[in-house]
Design a protein around this ligand. Structure first.
Ligand SMILES: C[S@@+](CC[C@H](N)C(=O)[O-])C[C@H]1O[C@@H](n2cnc3c(N)ncnc32)[C@H](O)[C@@H]1O
Length: 229
């Protein structure tokens, strides 16, 4: 992370972590839980929220980008006194995770979709932090890959639903938060927003096929809560 971005970002992360802390209270997350966050990226907001909430269990942060996880872990070290942070590097589709009581996907469906497309290009492209922030750069890939990504949606939804089902402990919950990001709204990234919505809907169908039910979340955040008996 570029150091001059840190104060602004950190304020945003803190603001976001307040919302997540509220959600953890609303779902009465046991403080001893094992929490798995998929596609953490460079954002420590879930870890910060768990620290505020007083987790004393375990938090697994997973991403294919090792540097992103290192940055997150470093930002969380000063506040995560009572719980253990475990970085898990690799594709979320290839890993076998410890059974988690709570699995979180925060604003990650668009990234999973785009990454899947880029990995199929001959150069197997993986985006850097700077590239994730460059709207012109991203727009070019969303426009080029729209058809390919739409065609991949059913298979990706199935794969993700299966991974979520296999990684969740009995009685656990999956929280999926997908909303048009600030940059996406600002730069009219309609394709990204639309495809992420389609992914969200198709994932819901796949989760339901695996016996998950969706319950409402009472907080203002756009979060879908799924559980399975
Ligand atoms: C831009 S970050 C942001 C998402 C973050 N959850 C947030 O709240 O802002 C997206 C991350 O998703 C990761 N990612 C995308 N697809 C992935 C996959 N299949 N397996 C592991 N990580 C993936 C990328 O490496 C990247 O670090």
């Amino acid at each position: 992370m570029r150091i001059n971005h840190l104060p602004i970002r950190y304020d945003y992360y803190l603001e976001q972590s307040e919302k997540w802390e509220l959600i953890f209270s609303e779902i009465s997350l046991p403080r001893t839980s094992t929490v798995l966050e998929l596609c953490t990226g460079w954002s420590p907001k879930i870890g910060l929220a768990l620290a505020r909430y007083g987790l004393n269990g375990m938090c697994i942060l997973s991403d294919q980008n090792e540097t992103a996880l290192e940055v997150c872990q470093r930002l969380l070290e000063p506040v995560a006194h009572d719980f253990k942070i475990i970085p898990s590097v690799g594709s979320i589709f290839d890993q076998v995770f410890p059974q988690a009581d709570l699995i979180i996907l925060n604003h990650a469906l668009d990234d999973i979709l785009l990454n899947d497309y880029l990995q199929q290009l001959p150069e197997k492209k993986e985006l850097t932090e700077n590239e994730y922030e460059s709207m012109d750069f991203l727009r070019q890939y969303w426009e080029l890959g729209e058809m390919t990504m739409r065609n991949r949606l059913p298979q990706l939804s199935q794969l993700l639903a299966t991974q979520l089902s296999q990684s969740l402990s009995k009685g656990g919950k999956v929280l999926i938060s997908q909303y048009p990001g600030y940059q996406e709204k600002l730069h009219n990234m309609n394709i990204a927003v639309q495809l992420a919505n389609e992914f969200n809907l198709s994932l819901k169908t796949e989760l339901q096929k695996l016996g998950f039910t969706q319950s409402d979340c009472r907080s203002e955040a756009v979060v879908s809560i799924y559980s399975v008996e």
